[in-house]
Design a protein. Structure first.
Length: 101
């Protein structure tokens, strides 16, 4: 059941993120899109705060964090994959709380 909920959330987030990116490209010039894409800078997965690692382990025990990113607001973007092959992106604050961006 947890996997079904996770897959549903990841699908929704993925579709929402895709729609927002396409809209941004239509309304903005190329330099604005580049700065938006660079809000998050890639960091090492081992550099994630313990609170985020604990939240992933608690809420998504079969997930593996493939990539991690951080922005100036101390928010984190995580690219995860599950054992069944599904993948998605989640966002968290430095305290391990899930957020919507």
């Amino acid at each position: 059941m947890r996997k079904l909920i996770f897959a549903t959330v990841l699908s929704f987030v993925g579709l929402t993120a895709s729609a927002q990116e396409e809209t941004a490209e239509l309304q903005a010039d190329e330099t604005t899109v580049v700065s938006t894409a660079q809000d998050f800078e890639e960091i090492s997965v081992s550099d994630l705060p313990e609170a985020i690692a604990a939240a992933v382990a608690k809420d998504y025990p079969t997930a593996t964090v493939n990539k991690a990113y951080k922005n100036e607001s101390n928010q984190f973007k995580l690219e995860l994959s599950l054992e069944d092959g599904t993948s998605g992106t989640l966002y968290a604050d430095s305290e391990g709380n899930w957020i919507e961006i």
